[in-house]
Design a protein around this ligand. Structure first.
Ligand code: URA
Length: 202
């Protein structure tokens, strides 16, 4: 794997500026803008999602749409300040298919995730978080190269390099899609418990 090599002036601001004209993969062609990570450079916790959605693509900020609102509500319930987190995505451009006026989310493929991993590695090298939280399979794949099922790994901390911990949980969009109310409730509780674990690292 490519080793992280911080950009010359080594700040998140300059990294984000560089990423704003990224053409490493074709996704920049149809997206509105690069949605880079957001949060303090000294954050102890880094949250990694999949890719910006429709709302994020327009706003230029990660996790501001429905999944982000669920994420924010859960953070509030467990007492985590969103502003203390560095929140980013495995892929920095919105991938979608147009159906009439609607833009339907498409999962980024392995090649796109691998191209974008360069940025994720840079973010990790600069922020140096104690805990990295992978929300969903794409984030887990970007961080580890493993395609193991998230539902089998979630909720158990994994020691990784540089004394860091990797923690895997589900993606909030997954929770939003559960049709059965009772199952949804159960899954929400599990997600909240995962975030309670995360809160210990703040
Ligand atoms: N889903 C993600 O994975 N990331 C976002 O920023 C928004 C929705």
């Amino acid at each position: 794997r490519e080793m992280p090599q911080p950009v010359p002036d080594g700040t998140l601001t300059s990294l984000a500026r560089e990423a704003s004209h990224c053409t490493r993969c074709p996704l920049h062609c149809n997206a509105t803008q690069t949605v880079f990570g957001a949060g303090p450079e000294n954050a102890k916790i880094m949250i990694v999602g999949e890719q910006p959605g429709d709302h994020e693509d327009l706003a230029g900020k990660p996790f501001v749409g429905p999944a982000g609102q669920l994420f924010d509500r859960t953070l509030a319930e467990v007492g985590i300040e969103r502003n203390s987190l560095y929140v980013t995505n495995a892929v920095k451009h919105f991938k979608y298919e147009s159906r009439g006026k609607r833009r339907i989310h498409q999962r980024p493929n392995a090649g796109e995730v691998e191209q974008c991993r360069w940025w994720l590695n840079q973010e990790i090298a600069l922020v140096r978080p104690k805990l990295i939280v992978a929300m969903g399979a794409t984030a887990h794949y970007a961080l580890t190269g493993s395609k193991e099922k998230v539902t089998e790994l979630r909720g158990r901390p994994l020691p990784i390099d540089e004394g860091r911990t990797l923690f895997i949980t589900v993606h909030p969009s997954y929770l939003l899609r559960i049709p059965d109310a009772q199952r949804k409730d159960m899954e929400m509780t599990k997600f909240k418990n995962d975030m309670l674990y995360v809160s210990k690292f703040e």
